[in-house]
Design a protein around this ligand. Sequence first.
Ligand code: FAD
Ligand code: NAI
Length: 464
Amino acid sequence: MAAAEHDLVVIGAGPGGYVAAIRAAQLGLKVACVEEVSALGGTCLRIGCIPSKALLESSERFSEAKEKFETHGIHVNGLTLDLAGMLRRKEQVVTTLTKGVEALFKKNRITRYFGHARLDGPGGRVVVADGKEEKQLKARWILLATGSRSAELAGVKPDGAGVGTSTEALRYNQVPKHLVVIGGGYIGLELGSVWRRLGARVTVLEYLDRILFGLDAEVAADARKILEKQGLEFRLGCRVTGARAEDDQYVVDIEGQEAVRGDRVLVAVGRIPNTHDLGLESVGIELHKKGFIPVNDHFATGAEGIYAIGDVITGPMLAHKAEEEGIACVERLVTGHGHVNYDAIAAVVYTHPEIAAVGRTEEQLKQAGTDYRKGVFPFRANGRARTLGQVEGWIKMLADAKTDRILGVHIIGPHAGDLINEAATAVAFGASSEDLARTCHVHPTLGEALREAALAVAGRAIHI
Ligand code: FAD
Ligand code: NAI
């Protein structure tokens, strides 16, 4: 049978792939997208960002009703948890959004192929296998957006029961008595928070001597204190060497330290790119030593007409980074222009309070020998934070000592994940701290704290 021809075939319908497909269709290309899972949206929509944020929201409401409503003069009697109902709501949110991507594909006339895609030698050939038959596709351009999956840890094998990854931790059908989390990164803290709020004892085992490696050290240290107050237990400097079932529990072994026992083990030690059975060898693509697909500044692999974006290439494994790369890649193919400003890609950890960052950390600036000025403003001095009853945390702004250009913004506090977008815009526009300080911010809002941090860079914050 003749191969179905398209201008662009995208492999993978995660935030990188589906957004690239839509943008390419907007630009007039005849686009196909191959996805091996029936629901579109990738890790992010199905088993990542969206279900985790749904559970973080529900669990925080539960915890507020239990512990914080009284401070507002609201008394709740007979509060109970309907875990099945909470999980159902999360699934409904996921279904609505994955169906939404289907609708967007229809609207943009993107052909969807169901099945596992494999490159089939040079010349833009792709084979799609759905278990019953194989389809041949042919395209001028191919975009690999196959994403990532949970990394495994030697000696700790997911067993479909007590030991699992984030995917299982998004659907435990009972609140664990004691959840042992291996890894004090994004997933460990977000999903650890969910189950702690719902009543589990949670112990986080982290290999390094700090949590949230890569984020500003002062912010991470404060985050640890705040999360400890919420009942999360941390054991740092722990190298986990194995986990085994014993009686009705799991024993997690740690090198040179006492083992920890729990009834659930969540392995959250990072993610690895999906490149298995992708036919890379058929077009001569050799992987980077950590398993990523190597690309140049325009996301081109070494193979003619084949590009890659998102979690399958190096850089932060974040949905918005994947989207940005997808758009830049296809815009460049069609218009000759397309660029990602990696300095302006923010990151958010959706704990309570949230933690958010954009640009350089203080450690990075020190290491690079950059002369900088620092402005800090605490949420306890912000009127809106007081009215919300959420005064924990602060904002740190780092600006170049000579030019005043904003180099980094780090926030731990209420709605940090929303506040950081203003900081990212400022970084993207090359704004100075004075630009932000001289912008009138609405009162009473949390955004005023960002402005005060900008004023603090010049030593003229008003409310502290
Ligand atoms: P993916 O979303 O992984 O999509 C790749 C798709 O390709 C998948 O659907 C896969 O089935 C398909 N595929 C793979 N190989 C083939 C093949 N050969 N043929 C056909 N299809 C194939 N990021 C954030 O920015 N914010 C968050 O809040 C956040 N929360 C997260 C929470 C969790 C629990 C997890 C696990 C991740 C989270 N992330 C978050 C990370 C985010 O999900 C990823 O960075 C993002 O999904 C990467 O997008 P992608 O398009 O590169 O790949
Ligand atoms: P991570 O890289 O954030 O954290 C993994 C942690 O595990 C590290 O601190 C590491 O030192 C530790 N570790 C590694 N081996 C260990 C061992 N043997 N024993 C103890 N600790 C060990 O990875 P995580 O949390 O799995 O998340 C994967 C990625 O998914 C994140 O890096 C992020 O890119 C993305 N993500 C983003 C979210 C967001 O944007 N809010 C939420 C969840 C995931």
